[in-house]
Design a protein around this ligand. Structure first.
Ligand SMILES: [Fe+2]
Ligand SMILES: [Fe+2]
Length: 456
């Protein structure tokens, strides 16, 4: 056999090996919202060998549009990381897509849905933290898939790679059945700081692209319906010095102040890794976070703070100034206090409790996930469930209505005229839509008449 022919055969064999082992095939496909969830989405994936970064997408399975992305690198990467952003999408629209490249092959066709334009809409989202790669972790991923949420919030401590990079691959393959259809919005936990191998947040930052400028390592906001979600990196807040903490507190204050000044936003939900209040046996309250953040959560009447880190389920009463303002168990009123929920039982080993603090309404050392739903004009409902899908607890927050349409401190003729003028109008962001159900109608008039004369 001539040398030329041997080289040709060898090249063919290497090509077949690469093809057979699927080295160019996209894996770990995952979605996140882009800077504006109504019109943009980020798609990330990994291949074993270098390929182009191509997304084909469209409103039918025929696709029809193409977007090109780029590769992302970090010092200990285990493959080729790809990232692409689709923009100029239509709100509240189902899209079909596949990722890969024409030479090496594409993924199957998957779907995602963009967020609706800012207005009151019913929706459900899910959350948990401290996930990992256990059998319970896999079960909890299935639990969330089964609910088909609009999106999933990850409350930090994501893969527990702890420096061992192939664990990221195991994890991202494990969650792919969820993340290829449902945007997963993350916040960073202490296990994302991989100081075991001296790379800090490098791996998580390379593997997940979230909205915003990323000045403080994955602090960002996004809106869905009439809710503003604020992701806060409580891990960096504590690792950074006082200058970092001051700047991050200012960022949070700006985000909260913007939310409360926006007439389209009725609910504000913060999510971060570390709990403020809690009764984990070794940790208890986090005084650094309480001192720094709780005054802001009070001032801007944050409705919910979702947290992980402590591997169990624990939930406070509505709190003001770290004190319960209601000791009811299942029905609350918006604005009376901030409710802090810890669901760090995403899948890794559970922790034990110390003494019961006065702030805790319910606690249970169990694996958990949260299913939170909004019915505009009616309620926000939190269901906390165990990994076996049985109910831990369910509670409801009734929305607060402001019948003082022109915000002059008095519910009077002027407000009544404004409601009558807008009567029948639909859409979001109208002060005359007093109950926030998306249209100005009888209910708004009734609320106004009931409140007539108050504050005057
Ligand atoms: Fe954890
Ligand atoms: Fe943690």
């Amino acid at each position: 056999m001539g040398a030329y022919r041997r080289i040709w055969l060898l090249t063919g064999w290497i090509f077949c090996l690469g093809f057979a082992s699927g080295q160019g095939i996209p894996r770990q496909v995952r979605l996140a919202y882009g800077d504006n969830p109504t019109n943009s989405i980020r798609i990330m994936w990994q291949t074993d060998q270098a390929t182009a970064t191509v997304v084909e997408y469209g409103e039918t399975p025929a696709l029809g549009s193409v977007a090109y992305g780029h590769q992302v690198t970090y010092s200990l990467q285990t493959g080729i990381l790809h990232e692409a952003t689709l923009t100029n999408l239509q709100p509240d629209t189902l899209y079909y897509y596949r990722v890969g490249d024409p030479q090496n092959g594409f993924s199957p066709v998957y779907t995602f849905r963009t967020a609706p334009s800012p207005r009151p809409v019913p929706f459900l989202f899910t959350a948990f933290g401290d996930h990992g790669t256990t059998a319970v972790s896999r079960q909890n991923t299935q639990n969330v898939i089964h609910l088909n949420p609009a999106f999933h919030l990850h409350l930090g401590d994501i893969s527990y790679a702890n420096g061992n990079q192939p664990i990221w691959d195991t994890y991202l393959n494990q969650v792919e059945p969820l993340t290829r259809h449902i945007p997963m919005m993350i916040t960073l936990g202490n296990h994302e700081w991989e100081d075991e191998v001296g790379i800090g947040y490098e791996a998580v930052l390379a593997r997940f692209a979230m909205p915003g400028e990323d000045t403080y390592y994955v602090n960002y906001v996004f809106d869905y319906g009439d809710v503003r979600f604020i992701a806060f990196n409580s891990d960096w807040y504590q690792r950074g010095g006082s200058a970092v903490r001051g700047a991050m507190r200012q960022w949070l204050q700006n985000a909260l102040s913007d939310a409360r000044a926006n007439p389209c936003i009725r609910w504000v939900i913060v999510f971060q890794h570390h709990p403020l209040f809690g009764s984990e046996a070794r940790r208890g309250y986090n005084q650094t976070l309480i001192n720094g953040l709780q005054p802001l959560f009070d001032q801007y009447r944050v409705d919910l703070v979702l947290q992980g880190h402590d591997h169990f389920y624990e939930r406070t009463y509505p709190l003001r100034n770290s004190t319960p303002v209601s000791t009811a168990m299942d029905l609350y009123h918006q604005g009376e206090g901030t409710i802090y929920i810890t669901c760090g039982g995403g899948g890794v080993s559970l922790y034990t409790f110390g003494a019961l603090p006065p702030t805790t309404a319910y606690r249970e050392s169990t694996h958990c996930y949260l299913a939170i739903s909004l019915q505009p004009g009616e309620s926000l409902t939190v269901e906390a469930r165990r990994a076996d899908n049985t109910l831990i607890e369910r509670f409801v927050i009734l929305p607060s209505f402001n019948a003082d349409v022109n915000r002059d401190g008095c519910v009077d003729d002027t407000d009544l005229l404004a409601v009558l003028f807008d009567f029948g109008a639909t859409g979001g962001c109208m002060p005359t839509d007093i109950n926030g159900n998306g249209s100005v109608g009888d209910e708004d008039l009734l609320i106004l008449l009931f409140e007539f004369g108050t504050g005057c």
